[in-house]
Design a protein around this ligand. Structure first.
Ligand code: NAP
Ligand code: GDP
Length: 320
């Protein structure tokens, strides 16, 4: 056996994004001698193209893959380009899993999202309920593309014995997010608006009524849990990676924490002409808690403060 083959070679698709950069940070801090991590960006290969995907897999010959790459965006981007979310993500996922199979990758962890669950459902939602009904209209394209990963993982396992699994995070936030006010998710959108309120005196305005509820996971916590999934979790079926359901908060509560992080004095304003999207999507983390009963999540107020500080320090180069 040569030196290289003793290592896991772990290829992270979407390695330049919010979650990819958090995994990079944690893996660099751990600095394990038995793991070599490679972080891909879209400039390395457009994963919508099978030949580009195959070429990058041949170049790095991964033994393990964390598949994060996706067309990603907040509610208002989904409302604009629902079809692109479907078609691009189906292509990316199909190409990546096909190349993983062709190259004999030992394990793949792909990333889904709690917004893919049925809209008309009971709460809390758990891993068994993914296919129980149609997703919310607002992100229907993205949801069906992501749901197909679960189907493909099962099929690759049934026919070829592949160890392809998936994780289901709730709303994620942290350093290196896409802080676009137009196209980003609620947390980076509000943090960017908090920054603009502080530095440009623009009113701090929340889209919608502020009543929808969400569970937020800090990207560093999620990175650690995805790395645990890659190393320890042995099921093909997905696992929800979420804070406890008691930690769900309203958008209004988030806005107040952002206001506090930037020390804003004026009242938060609400633009109720904008859509609220899904009212809630409360997820159960009881499967995760069976494996990791004592895992401690970063408190939301602390994570928001750290992310706001990161944006202050990196404003010029941040995605926005
Ligand atoms: P992100 O910050 O927007 O990063 C997306 C990543 O995908 C980037 O590295 C991007 O590369 C890459 N990518 C996009 N299109 C690509 C293409 N055609 N070919 C190759 N690479 C491509 O996203 P994220 O928030 O880290 O999301 C990571 C995963 O978590 C995704 O699967 C997403 O669906 C899922 N998720 C996210 C959230 C959330 O709140 N953010 C919630 C639940 C689940 P470039 O940097 O080069 O563009
Ligand atoms: P979702 O969690 O998948 O629905 O997507 P988002 O992360 O975009 O969150 C959307 C929720 O946050 C909706 O209830 C929006 O009305 C609310 N929201 C409030 N302000 C903003 C904002 O500035 N950007 C975004 N994306 N959503 C906002």
């Amino acid at each position: 056996m040569n030196g290289i083959s003793k290592h896991k070679v772990i290829l992270v698709t979407g390695g330049s994004g919010l979650v990819g950069q958090a995994i990079k940070k944690v893996s660099e801090e751990e600095n394990r001698s038995d793991e070599k991590w490679i972080f891909l960006a879209s400039k390395d290969a457009d994963l919508r193209d099978l030949e580009e995907t195959r070429a990058i897999f041949k170049e790095y010959k991964p033994t393990h893959v964390v598949h994060l790459a996706a067309m990603v965006g907040g509610l208002y981007k989904h409302l604009k380009v629902n079809c692109d979310f479907l078609i691009f993500n189906v292509r990316i996922n199909d190409n990546v899993l096909q190349c993983c199979k062709e190259m004999g990758v030992k394990k793949v962890v792909s990333c889904l999202s709690t917004c893919i669950f049925p809209d008309d459902t009971t709460y809390p939602i758990n891993e068994t309920m993914i296919h129980d009904g149609p997703p919310h209209d607002s992100n229907f394209g993205y949801s069906y593309a992501k749901r197909m990963i679960v189907v493909m993982n099962r099929a690759y396992n049934m026919q070829y014995g592949c160890r392809f699994t998936s994780v289901i995070p709730t709303n994620i936030y942290g350093p290196n997010d896409n802080f676009s006010v137009e196209d980003g998710h609620v947390m980076p959108g509000l943090i960017h608006k908090g920054y603009l309120a502080k530095h440009k005196n623009i009113p701090f305005t929340v889209c919608g009524t502020g009543t929808p509820r969400r569970q937020f996971i800090y990207s560093i916590d999620l990175a650690k849990l995805i790395m645990w999934t890659l190393r320890e979790y042995d099921e093909i079926d997905p696992i929800i990676l979420s804070v406890d359901k008691e930690d769900e908060v309203s958008v209004q509560e988030v806005a107040e924490m952002v206001k506090e992080a930037f020390d804003l004095k004026d009242e938060v304003q609400y633009d109720s002409s904008k859509s609220d999207g899904q009212i809630k999507k409360t997820a159960s983390n009881s499967k995760l808690r069976k494996y990791l009963p004592d895992y401690k999540f970063t408190p939301l107020r602390q994570g928001i403060k750290e992310t706001a500080e990161w944006l202050e320090a990196h404003y010029e180069t941040a995605r926005k």
